[in-house]
Design a protein around this ligand. Structure first.
Ligand SMILES: Nc1ncnc2c1ncn2[C@@H]1O[C@H](COP(=O)(O)OP(=O)(O)OP(=O)(O)O)[C@@H](O)[C@H]1O
Length: 255
């Protein structure tokens, strides 16, 4: 289902971004609506991560604007956007590997609550932060691993922990950059089920190379090629779109 009539939570309007002479984003417009998973697909180097970084605040667009919950956030930094409720999981892990699973989750909660402690061990005694952290870990199925060093987690568990850290923010929208990467079939299936539920709490803009997951989960799919959105539509519309088949899905079947 798509809540086609509901107001978007996030609106990207005419974003253009150059790296030197390379136009990595070309006049991109898309939105994210309540309750939906909007997937962003496209060949390697199409500009998916560059777009997500501009939405998250790590890169500034040369042209265009970004609106989140009716506010123009184009000039806000990553931290301000996160505090407004824009949650993000990264392609490259941002976890502190020497810290425990629980400590990583508490770090997330600490940022969200704008609390500061001289020593991190004091934060680890803050019951409010601990509750938020445990709750987030429970939701992704990692609570029993709370006291393990993060470096000892499997790849799949680290991905789960990244989602838990994002959850400590109580996000109003999620940006997820390849959350399934490196997961086995079992891990991928579990994350698919989880994201399927999570979308009702906060919609998800999802970059994902796992086409099975994309076509199973996405209410809408946008296809990015050479920095341009060449199509947006339902899974069926995208599957049968001739331009998309030529530009992208044809390649995918050869891999
Ligand atoms: N900081 C940068 N400086 C210069 N060029 C960059 C920078 N970041 C990305 N690019 C280039 O911009 C283009 C888009 O890259 P981007 O990583 O956004 O693509 P992508 O669709 O996310 O690719 P992938 O699926 O491989 O992750 C590529 O040609 C890339 O080499």
């Amino acid at each position: 289902m798509t809540n086609a009539d509901t107001k978007p939570v996030l609106k990207v309007e005419n974003i253009t971004k150059y790296f030197g002479a390379l136009r990595a984003s070309h006049n991109i417009s898309l939105d994210l609506r309540p309750g939906e998973i909007h997937a962003l697909i496209g060949p390697n180097g199409a500009g998916k991560s560059t777009l997500i970084k501009q939405i998250a605040g790590g890169l500034t667009p040369d042209e265009g604007r970004i609106e989140f919950l009716d506010d123009d956030i184009t000039s806000l930094d990553t931290i301000a956007r996160a505090r407004m409720g824009l949650g993000r999981t990264f392609q490259i892990s941002s976890l502190a590997l020497d810290y425990s699973v629980l400590q990583n989750a508490v770090l997330g909660a600490l940022g969200a609550k704008r609390k500061s402690y001289g020593f991190f061990r004091s934060a680890m005694k803050d019951q409010e932060l601990l509750n938020i952290a445990h709750q987030a870990l429970k939701r992704v199925g990692l609570d029993e691993r709370a006291n393990i060093r993060t470096s000892e987690l499997s790849h799949g568990e680290r991905r789960q922990l990244e989602v838990a850290v994002a959850l400590t923010l109580s996000p109003k929208a999620f940006l997820m950059d390849e959350p399934m990467a490196g997961l086995g079939a079992g891990g991928s299936a579990r994350l698919t089920t989880f994201l399927d539920e999570l979308r009702h709490e906060a919609p998800i803009l999802l970059i994902e190379h796992d086409m099975d997951a994309v076509f199973k989960l996405a209410d809408r799919i946008s296809v990015l090629v050479y920095g341009e959105v060449i199509a947006t539509g339902s899974a069926d519309e995208i599957r049968s779109n001739e331009d998309v088949r030529k530009a992208y899905l044809g390649e995918e079947t050869d891999e």
